[in-house]
Design a binder for this molecule. Structure first.
Ligand SMILES: Cc1cc2nc3c(=O)[nH]c(=O)nc-3n(C[C@H](O)[C@H](O)[C@H](O)COP(=O)(O)OP(=O)(O)OC[C@H]3O[C@@H](n4cnc5c(N)ncnc54)[C@H](O)[C@@H]3O)c2cc1C
Length: 204
């Protein structure tokens, strides 16, 4: 079976929030000759740079004083938000799936389509060197293979990153032995009371 060949400057593996954000930055940068990014950018300033802050704020739930956590009717803790020095002095809560939809729409606006259903399988290394020059990918649907040559490859493929493993980069840290279930749900509650503690003073 013949393998399709293509090439790109930057191959982004993974279209989660990190991969989508990088794709937007690169799509925007084609209009710039030089670009310096502040590594300490807050998330909201970062979203503003990507051109999605308004959409994220509109879709998400915002709080400008703080928020509280409850479990089975019991008040667990409060988090206050003393963000007066921030240029975006509020908190936004939004499901990852919604964040991804907004980032995907912004990318489309910039003329970039994501290739969904394509899985990275391995890298092809330059002869006698440890430098990867292309990636072998395959389509989930029809198993068709493609070889994509690149100048840079960026692993945005999450916690179990194959890109990182293939590049031989270790993942430091330790395992946390707790189970988590991630789901998007509508929660019905009869909670009536305003979070206690600091917020009462601020008439939240
Ligand atoms: C329990 C829990 C709840 C959370 N709730 C929220 C929330 O409500 N809102 C929020 O904003 N954040 C939430 N987060 C944080 C959020 O999940 C992470 O910050 C985010 O997923 C990190 O994004 P990422 O792009 O690095 O990785 P990921 O989101 O993991 O994206 C990786 C992408 O790479 C793709 N991929 C993997 N392997 C390959 C391969 N071989 N080839 C091609 N593609 C591949 C995957 O399909 C995936 O799309 C939560 C995290 C946890 C653990």
């Amino acid at each position: 079976m013949s393998i399709k060949e293509s090439r790109t400057d930057v191959l982004i593996v993974g279209a989660g929030p990190v991969g989508l954000s990088l794709a937007i930055m690169l799509a925007q940068m084609k209009h710039l000759f030089a670009c310096i990014y502040d590594l300490n950018l807050g998330r909201k300033r970062f979203f503003r740079q990507l051109g999605v802050l308004e959409a994220i704020t509109q879709k998400g739930r915002t709080a400008n004083i703080g928020f509280g956590a409850f479990y089975q009717g019991e008040h667990l803790y409060d988090v206050s938000l003393p963000l007066s020095n921030s240029s975006c002095p509020y908190y936004v809560g939004l499901e990852q799936s919604e964040t991804e939809l907004i980032l995907t729409a912004r990318l489309k606006e910039l003329g970039v389509e994501i290739e969904k259903g394509i899985v990275l399988e391995s890298f092809v290394f330059k002869k006698d060197q440890q430098v990867a020059e292309s990636a072998l990918v395959s389509s989930v649907e029809d198993k068709e293979k493609e070889r994509i040559s690149f100048i840079y490859v960026v692993g945005c493929d999450g916690g179990h990153s194959l890109t990182r493993n293939l590049a031989g980069i270790s993942f430091s840290g330790e395992n946390v032995n707790i189970g988590l279930t991630l789901c998007d749900v509508v929660v019905k509650t009869n909670l009536k009371k305003i979070p206690s503690g600091k917020f009462n003073d601020l008439r939240a």
